[in-house]
Ligand binder design. Structure first.
Ligand code: PAF
Length: 281
């Protein structure tokens, strides 16, 4: 496994691999890797000759400076984990290697066709512009055949699919199911910031989501939203930011169970913001 810290070194390695006709899988990450990421890497390693994993805490997707500073970083441990799951190249550049001062000073803007106006986009202004900015850069640098993303970030996945189409990248977007802890808590780098007690409390998020599905189709989407809101709000240590039942393609609020839907939630457990998603219909 090679560890690359600069764009120029990545260029020469990718040139070498591509000229020998190898297929390339890309797993973009912000590090602090857990089993969810490793599942993406194993899948990529099984489907491509070479897997590149980027480890880059992308500053342009954080709308909250404190959140960026607190984001867990542990490259040494990430490298150790990646060594065991079939990763060929770890790309861990510095911010200066990826962005010019101008790019950092000026917000990047992308046309999302409305996909960014709901859920995460409503609470994290500019977040998806930053995500598209870094993922499009990584697609240009690595030129992967396939790129792997987790379904936990459901809105991100929809936006990346949209970006891939609209910027005409020849990349297959592979969506991978959420990996959960035994308690049901969706795996996330942010879980590392939860105390053991908070971890137990946070497991209620997925419990409520799984239970809410049992009311489909007897409760309407609107009634189910109220039920989930009440359940989460009855747990004092959790603070609900939103729960939406959305159409899986448009991400707009679902009106009936005749549409394919997902339930998407964002909840604070103490200072830690957690998201989760379940398929409803
Ligand atoms: O999902 C993430 O970890 C990030 O948003 C991504 C896709 C690596 C871009 O920084």
């Amino acid at each position: 496994m090679q560890i690359i810290n600069s764009v120029s070194a990545l260029h020469s390695i990718m040139l070498e691999h591509r000229s020998s006709g190898k297929s390339v899988g890309l797993v973009p990450t912000m590090g602090a890797l857990h089993e969810g990421h490793l599942t993406l890497v194993r899948r990529s390693a099984g489907e491509n000759d070479l897997t590149v994993v980027s480890v880059f805490v992308n500053p342009t997707q954080f709308n909250n400076k404190a959140d960026l500073e607190r984001y867990p970083r542990n490259l040494e441990n990430d490298v150790k984990l990646l060594n065991e799951v079939g990763c060929g190249v770890v790309f861990a550049p510095s911010v200066a290697d990826i962005y010019s001062g101008e790019e950092l000073a000026q917000p990047f803007e992308f046309e999302f066709g409305g996909l960014d106006a709901v859920m995460e986009g409503r609470f994290r202004p500019g977040h998806f512009n930053g995500v598209v900015q870094i993922v499009s850069k990584l697609f240009r640098l690595v030129q992967p055949d396939r790129a792997y993303f987790g379904e936990k970030d459901f809105q991100q996945l929809a936006i990346i699919r949209h970006m891939t189409k609209s910027l005409q990248f020849d990349v297959e977007i592979v969506a991978c199911p959420i990996v959960r802890e035994a308690s049901g808590l969706a795996m996330s780098s942010r879980n590392a910031r939860l105390t053991p007690i908070q971890r137990e409390i946070a497991a209620n998020i997925s419990k409520v989501l799984f239970e809410c599905r049992t009311f489909v189709p007897n409760k309407s989407p609107q009634e189910l939203v109220i039920w989930v809101e009440n359940q989460i709000e009855s747990i004092p240590e959790l603070r609900l930011e939103y729960f939406e039942i959305a159409n899986i393609n448009t991400l707009q609020t679902a009106k009936s169970w005749d549409e394919p839907t997902v339930g998407c939630i964002a909840v604070f457990c103490g200072e830690v913001r957690l998201i989760d998603v379940v398929r409803c219909s």
